[in-house]
Write a protein that binds this ligand. Sequence first.
Ligand code: PEP
Ligand code: MN
Length: 346
Amino acid sequence: MIAVVKQTTTSEQLDHLVRWIEGKGLKVNISQGENELIIGLIGDTSQIDPFLLESMDIVERVQRISEPFKKANRKFHPEDTVVDLGHGVKIGGGHFQVMAGPCSVEGDNLFAIARAVKKSGATILRGGAFKPRTSPYSYQGMGARGLDLLREAADELDMPIVTEIMDPRDVDLFLDRHIEMFQIGARNAQNFPLLKEVGKTKTPVLLKRGIAGTIDELLMAAEYIMSEGNPNVVLCERGIRTFETRTRNTFDVNAIPVLHYLSHLPVVGDPSHATGYTRYVRPIAYAATAAGADGLEIEVHDCPSRAWSDGAQALTPEMFDDAMRRIRLIREAVTAQNDVDGEADR
Ligand code: PEP
Ligand code: MN
């Protein structure tokens, strides 16, 4: 972090500022430019509030040099992280996986959906047992019974499960059922007690970007989980809220290469919540794959018109099968270059 100090600063004021910075356990490097006096803050600046520093009378502006996220940062961990979900399913570092299933677990139709998506090439079963609904009157999910159904269906097919957790008090409920991957939904992307609680486990976490969350906020949310000791975080771009109203959200395809550049964590795209309409899900799934995503999360329902949530964006098993064939082709095209260059285009 550097602080540019105003020309009018007296040496007494400067000494005072330097002592304040040193009092925070940091070293100071002062350089006198032609027009500016620059103070470099050396050491762990995470304890310094840049806004507080900038609010000081003698400080003109403050600039961060290193990002506030450390554990998620590619600078300190250049190689891609590979997250292992068990059942032979790894994600990241060249391993591409598709998570598919209904928005909500509704009952026995889960088994038919799970069999269909597995047959088409999905490797991780998704389904919500605890649903974060905008309205308290909408369907809230089956709860623990939904987790049991997921477990039964996934065991039959030898698949890992990804399912949303909303309450830090439910961690044991999920662990008791050996849920392979927690999903932290967009609405909970900054639920810090929840992030910390899943961070105390070693269970992989699919961390979704907040509805109006920046890329840096997503990385800082990952940092919350990782700083508690859980390195198994997968980031998910699921669309952000913009001024556009023709789609449920706007898929930020930029986020995929940007996250890969900034972080070593795997990045997954969710074209279902990003678009909100069945007709747009497949093209955006292809775009995410082409942009280098390490996987996709796609909602599939055997009868979308009867789905208890998000029917408008569900693919039928037939559509999903078609999508998977094209996704495989796109994936092949994107990774073919790796053989030539020896590494992904990051
Ligand atoms: C979901 O996956 O069903 C979900 C609610 O996703 P998001 O948190 O991205 O809205
Ligand atoms: Mn959904």
